[in-house]
Design a binder for this molecule. Structure first.
Ligand code: COA
Length: 159
């Protein structure tokens, strides 16, 4: 797929109920385990303490991210981010991450935190390139027993 064309067609917006089928399908294809269920997505799409952000081109869902917020806490949590295989390496993940940061800033958060599998160096490179720093680990965090690194970025408005 042509890099410039895909990137320029991408629209970032909040997920809606009609995105549910595509969200669940992308979740299944992007991750081998720890899948969010349809029911969980339906809940998060309606929840005041969650935000689903989607990257679309026309009617096609290219990527999605799920953020959690806690009342009274200025740390937002990026729970999940994924880009469809055919759209990877074209900046969609970066755009999604930046949209997550804007959403967190809009809710008054000053930091964004996330977990990433220690055996996922590609995603770690993306986070580090965008200014995230590793600050800890969660042992046995994933369903299959794999460990996570914890990353954090201080949020600055207007990025
Ligand atoms: C990690 C992920 C969201 C990145 O999305 P993306 O749209 O490919 O990201 P971008 O194009 O903005 O950035 C690409 C960067 O991601 C990294 N990357 C990770 N997996 C990649 C892949 N399959 N193809 C290309 N780049 C990949 C590269 O380091 C690249 O950095 P570079 O441009 O400096 O080389 C995507 O690869 C993905 O969905 N992976 C599977 C799910 C996953 O691992 N999610 C993260 C869980 S914490």
């Amino acid at each position: 797929m042509n890099k410039d064309r895909t990137e320029s067609r991408i629209l970032l917006r909040r997920g809606r109920a009609e995105d549910l089928d595509a969200l669940v399908a992308l979740e299944r294809r992007a991750f081998t385990g720890d899948h969010l269920s349809r029911r969980q997505y339906a809940h998060h799409l309606r929840s005041a303490s969650a935000e689903v952000i989607v990257a679309t081109a026309g009617t096609v869902l290219h990527g999605k991210a799920l953020l959690f917020f806690r009342r009274g806490q200025d740390i937002a949590r990026l729970y999940s981010i994924a880009v469809a295989h055919e759209a990877r390496g074209q900046g969609v993940g970066e755009k999604l991450l930046q949209a997550c940061e804007r959403a967190a800033i809009a809710r008054g958060c000053t930091r964004l935190r996330l977990e990433v599998r220690q055996d996922n160096p590609g995603a770690q490179r993306l986070y580090e390139r965008l200014g995230y720093r590793r600050f800890g680990a969660r042992i046995g965090y994933y369903e299959d027993g794999a460990d996570a690194w914890r990353y954090e970025r201080r949020l600055v408005a207007a990025r």
